[in-house]
Design a binder for this molecule. Sequence first.
Ligand code: HEM
Length: 167
Amino acid sequence: MHTQRSDHLGARLSTCSGFAAPKPSMRGLLASLLLACLLGGCAATASHDQLYQDLGKLDGITRIADGFLYYIGDDERVVEFFAETDIDRFHSKIIEHICAVSGGPCRYTGDTMVDVHRGMDISEAQFNAIVEHLIQAMNDEQVPTRAQNRLLKLLADLHGEITGRAG
Ligand code: HEM
């Protein structure tokens, strides 16, 4: 389903990029199409929220968050961190966070990554364990690998803020 969506995107983009060498007789028509493309089609299709779409929008992200929490709860390497956590809040903030970083229509209203994780002294192994659970949850939802990698890259950029260490 996701593949079809990106195939569709590819097809629409290549339609739009075919304006490079128009035949003179076609110029008027192509100019109109180009205008339509710029005003609506292409701009809307090559959208900033492609990752959000590939994650399955809010429903998909909610299911990913459900799985993520489930895997964390089952992992003794990290579960202790969450002993005092308000799980409902964590669940909703994670959804907001993933929605916002993936370009979705959400505003993250939680605390900053630095404030939340300050003093937790999270090791590399523990950080990786959390990432592993996110990957597992995305696999369960059949998120395409390319989309997974895009999200992981965005989250990897937060490594320093979360662990307090560069890298
Ligand atoms: C990919 C990296 C991570 C991201 C994007 C992330 C994101 C978040 C978010 C959005 C919240 C909710 C903030 C709020 O309630 O305002 C949170 C809370 C929390 N995170 Fe992370 N986190 C990451 C990695 C980790 C790691 C590696 C650990 C520990 C092993 C961890 C432990 C916690 C804990 C314990 C809380 C709840 C804090 C509380 O009880 O108030 N996080 N995180």
